[in-house]
Ligand binder design. Sequence first.
Ligand SMILES: *[C@@H]1O[C@H](CO)[C@@H](O)[C@H](O)[C@H]1NC(C)=O
Ligand SMILES: *[C@@H]1O[C@H](CO)[C@@H](O)[C@H](O)[C@H]1NC(C)=O
Length: 219
Amino acid sequence: MKPSMVIVYVIAMAIVVGGEIRIRGRVRKRFTSHRRHRAVLPPCNFNETIINDEWSLMEAIGKSKYIFTGKVLNVKKFRSEDETTKKKSNLYTVYLRRLLKGNISELRMFVKLEGSEDTLSGSTLMVERPRARESCAPAPRPRLSAIFLSDGTYADMGRGPTPRLRILTDPVPLTLYHLDRVNAAVKAFHPRSPGEAHVPSRNVESLGLSRPYLGAGDT
Ligand SMILES: *[C@@H]1O[C@H](CO)[C@@H](O)[C@H](O)[C@H]1NC(C)=O
Ligand SMILES: *[C@@H]1O[C@H](CO)[C@@H](O)[C@H](O)[C@H]1NC(C)=O
């Protein structure tokens, strides 16, 4: 190639590549401003790694002081006081069903006692998932049931409703498969600690398993 041809070639490539970048930039800008609108956010997909990866699961179970099933009554994004990350939380109002791990007497101070005195079933409580993903709508949506893993600490006390429990992971959608995995891990962790409610996972009615999930992870 003659040197002048090389220059022409380089200029042509610069124009083509530059145009490509400009177009992508424009597309991206339109996409993000579109996504900023709340109503069109896609729901967050549950990241199954926490359930499927043995280490992640055992780590989460080990850190959890309370593990319980419950139905989401309400969920909203919430700007917490976390100055370091500036990230939003998801704030869930939960209708408590069954405690899978933890001391009922101690959990009692976090709930509004409208349900059973003995089991706390039917009580409502607030839980906060700090550093929630922001590019998608909080999940699970209201009316769906989930397994909640909490380290038992009060969420940030600065503002917002109190008391509220901090949860360690996104709520785990309540399927038979997820419940089996969590129950098995809880048992592996605490082989024979007394006073813990190990719920037979087939007892779906008492756990409030959502109808759409029935059969999803069964067998
Ligand atoms: C799911 O979680 C694991 C760790 O818990 C992480 O490494 C992985 O990137 C996550 N996957 C997605 C799609 O976010
Ligand atoms: C639960 O906690 C209460 C209060 O801290 C304590 O008195 C009780 O012994 C605990 N129960 C179990 C089964 O650990």
